[in-house]
Design a protein around this ligand. Structure first.
Ligand code: LIP
Length: 249
């Protein structure tokens, strides 16, 4: 079954929200709890996306408003602004609108709109992935010491010094390390071939659902280990060899 009509719906939704966010004049902060920040723009963008997805009548899991409809089968997974702090602080080329379609725990379609630089990442698993019109493939780097790693510390993670030795052990083997503050873009960049391994523990599903779909559609691999709620330990790999080397530790 092809999901090209769902892809078109998601593209339209992501473009409308991106256009709105690009032209938005206000920077209203609705909450600043802990390490998180919620903008009025998050909710406004989500309302635009939900209205655009509505004609499909599929269930939705959305960052700001939660679950709409059933958990099983096909459902949309929406992050109205991924990289909210980047958006707020003016790092607008490092934020995006992220919309995925998953069937149960399987990614099907991903759309990531990096609206500030007019880059639209799309993918249908089994068919292909693109940045605007250009087809994407994951990188062919096969040695960890030549690979680029991206990751981060998600909002909900209780960071403490005991976690650091394990984190350092994992990342020190790589040639370069990047923390971009947007899980959706970092995971989509694995699909685009610009990052080789993305790994983040305790990230929310809506942060990575579209990037994972794009990585898969571009020939890469992923692991998503469920924790509580919608939190996951997530890894995206450009290829099987990097996956094996990374997991071997
Ligand atoms: C953010 C992520 C970031 C992650 C944060 C946060 P938001 O998403 O993309 O990479 O580390 O925990 O969830 O809050 O900007 O949608």
């Amino acid at each position: 079954m092809s999901y090209s009509s769902e892809l078109q719906v998601a593209i339209k939704a992501a473009r409308s929200a991106g256009k709105y966010l690009l032209g938005l004049g206000h920077k209203i902060v609705d909450s600043r709890e802990g390490r998180d920040i919620k903008l009025r723009a998050d909710r406004e963008s989500e309302a635009i996306i939900l209205a655009a997805l509505e004609p499909t009548r599929l269930p939705v899991l959305a960052e700001e408003s939660g679950e709409h409809g059933s958990r099983s089968g096909l459902r949309w997974i929406v992050d109205p602004i991924d990289g909210t702090m980047n958006y707020y602080r003016g790092l607008r080329d490092l934020c995006c609108v992220s919309i995925a379609l998953w069937e149960d725990d399987r990614p099907v379609v991903g759309v990531v709109n990096r609206f500030a630089v007019d880059e639209l990442y799309t993918g249908i698993v089994g068919e292909g992935a693109w940045c605007n019109e250009t087809p994407l493939r994951t990188s062919t780097v096969k040695q960890i010491n030549q690979a680029v790693f991206a990751g981060g510390f998600p909002v909900g993670l209780r960071l403490n010094e005991e976690m650091l030795p394990d984190f350092f052990r994992r990342i020190l083997r790589f040639k370069k390390i990047r923390m971009l503050g947007t899980a959706a873009l970092m995971s989509a960049f694995v699909g685009a071939g610009s990052i080789d391994v993305y790994s983040e523990d305790g990230v929310m599903l809506w942060d990575v659902a579209a990037g994972i779909a794009i990585t898969r559609a571009a020939g890469g691999r992923f692991q998503a280990e469920p924790l509580d709620g919608f939190r996951y330990n997530v890894r995206c790999f450009a290829n099987e060899i990097l996956e094996r080397l990374f997991l071997e530790g």
